[in-house]
Design a protein around this ligand. Structure first.
Ligand SMILES: Cc1cc2nc3c(=O)[nH]c(=O)nc-3n(C[C@H](O)[C@H](O)[C@H](O)COP(=O)(O)OP(=O)(O)OC[C@H]3O[C@@H](n4cnc5c(N)ncnc54)[C@H](O)[C@@H]3O)c2cc1C
Length: 497
């Protein structure tokens, strides 16, 4: 029986597990969250407000389909390896994880060996730095959303939501539902970009119009102003957020002089899109491709990566939303379990995936990051929050190779390992190099929030020796793959969906 490992328990991973099981494979699913569901179905027993949980019935059906799977939640996968199977038929996949709370002393190791893996590690939300963004009260839009959805709390009493993309709408709605006053939603893209992204072929958007109407209704009901071509260019306050300066932005997101005004608020939620969690795919040797849309794992029509037996689905392959993740997950799960591309069971998922890919291209056209955003930074704006590295310090060392710049400044070397600042640091380096007309060592390519990235240099901040924090004692424990007899037991004690 083919054994499929699934890394990630969000929409893509859950759909992959369901499909692989339906195709007769043995399935092991690992997810580091305490509850399955990923970012989209983040929830908390008892608190979850159904108005914030779209498609929760689908989630419950997916969970219900996992009965025959071995599921490890609370399992941080720290290593993913492709071993040569020795038969010329490709590799064997070995995933190593520790299961338990991050700060628990008694986490236990889990090792999974499988014939195929679906990498469905999702994305982080991306917040571009702004002067003052290190003040308490500034969060990412995703963090504000997670707190509202999972814990029913708001990040502030008067919250300003700013950035780019349709995700700002559910964030504003959730904040309003948990009792916050949302003082405004500021979308950086201007009317022209929004029209280019959203107006052509309106019939393609029919499936999404209900959701949009719901969010617009929420803005109207809660009297939340929505501004286009506008962004937060400075956060004000001494010990915490007391207000924010917003300004009109030009087509490249440069602040238009003379348009600044102050809005009083005690919290700012920033979200400029999403950035995929590529590190597991990179550790497995998969090719990553970069262009103006950002960097993603390269997959073919069957969701196969460039490595044998390794499939990828969901936000790691492109930012397309939960429906795209579900469709890609189903395709990857079926194919990893051995079904052919023309098997009728793939038909629906293939159709939805292709439609959602078109939606993803619209998203990028309408809301993709424009390079002028760096104009709202000062030289002393902190970009790497963990190590307090400023824009000026990064730009000053832009001409040396990225690795040397990181060692010299410590940008991206703190606890978050560049998850928060990586794209912004790369954008600042690329811009500084362009304006000084220099290239990094050996023509090294640099990606970043303003991407244009190609080549191995583009992988820089996403290549990590370990995928998750792990203690030396845990590393030293014997971690050989579990025997086949143990593989498909009922869920181990202490693990739950
Ligand atoms: C913070 C945040 C909030 C969001 N909220 C919404 C929302 O409210 N509404 C909406 O429409 N869209 C939301 N999105 C977008 C949404 O995430 C996607 O559309 C959808 O969830 C993508 O599904 P996915 O399966 O690809 O990834 P995800 O849902 O992100 O799932 C990936 C899973 O992989 C797991 N994982 C990653 N690395 C490891 C590892 N090393 N070891 C173990 N497990 C690992 C993670 O724990 C996660 O559960 C949000 C995104 C983010 C980043």
């Amino acid at each position: 029986m083919t054994h499929v490992a699934i890394l990630g328990g969000g929409p893509a991973g859950l759909a992959a597990a369901q499909a692989a099981l339906a195709a007769g494979a043995a399935v092991t699913l690992l997810d580091e969250g305490g509850r399955l569901g990923g970012q989209f179905w983040r929830h908390h027993a008892g608190i979850t407000d159904p108005r914030m949980q779209h498609g929760f019935e689908r989630f419950e059906r997916l969970l219900g389909s996992l009965e025959r799977a071995e599921v490890h939640s609370g399992a941080a996968v720290w290593s993913a390896e492709l071993r040569d199977g020795g038969d010329g038929g490709g590799g064997r996949i070995v995933l190593r994880a520790v299961v338990g709370d991050a700060d628990a002393a008694d986490r236990r190791p889990v090792v999974v060996q499988a014939d195929a893996v679906v990498v469905a590690t999702g994305a982080h939300d991306l917040a571009l730095p702004v002067p003052g963004w290190t003040l308490p009260g500034v969060t990412t839009a995703g963090a504000a959303q997670a707190l509202a959805k999972r814990d029913g709390v708001s990040v502030g009493r008067r919250t300003l939501v700013a950035g780019a993309g349709p995700f700002l709408l559910p964030v504003a709605q959730s904040l309003a539902l948990v009792g916050a006053t949302v003082v405004g939603v500021h979308e950086a893209s201007r009317t022209g970009a929004l029209a280019r992204g959203w107006l052509p072929k309106p019939w393609e958007l029919l499936g999404k119009s209900g959701e949009l109407a719901e969010y617009v209704g929420a803005l109207v009901r809660h009297r939340i102003p929505y501004r286009i071509g506008s962004g937060v260019v400075r956060v004000l306050g001494v010990e915490r957020v007391e207000g924010a300066v917003v300004a009109q932005l030009d087509t490249q997101w440069r602040p238009v002089p003379g348009t600044e005004r102050v809005i009083e608020c005690d919290a700012v939620a920033l979200g400029h899109g999403f950035t995929p969690r590529l590190e597991a795919a990179i550790m497995l040797g998969c090719e990553v491709e970069g262009d103006r849309r950002g960097r993603f794992v390269v997959v073919d029509d069957a969701q196969r990566t460039t490595m044998p037996g390794v499939f990828a689905a969901g936000e790691v392959t492109g930012i397309g939303g939960a429906d795209a993740a579900l469709a890609e997950g189903a395709i990857a799960g079926f194919r990893a379990a051995g079904l052919a591309q023309d098997d009728p069971r793939l038909r629906d998922a293939l159709r939805v995936r292709d439609r959602m890919r078109r939606l993803a291209r619209r998203l990028e056209r309408a809301h993709g990051i424009r390079p002028g955003w760096t104009a709202w930074l000062d030289d002393d704006t902190i970009v790497c929050r963990c190590e307090a590295v400023t824009k000026g310090a990064i730009a000053e060392r832009a001409e040396v190779p990225l690795r040397a710049m990181r060692l010299a400044t410590r940008a991206g070397l703190g606890p978050c390992q560049a998850r928060t600042c990586g794209r912004a640091v790369e954008a600042i380096v690329a811009e500084a190099r362009a304006s000084a007309a220099v290239t990094g060592a050996a023509g090294e390519a640099v990606g970043g929030a303003n991407a244009g990235a190609q080549g191995d240099g583009a992988v820089g901040f996403d290549r990590r020796p370990l995928l998750a924090p792990v203690r030396l004692g845990e590393l030293a424990e014997p971690t050989e793959p579990a025997s086949d007899e143990n593989r498909n037991e009922a869920w181990p004690s202490g693990c739950s969906a």
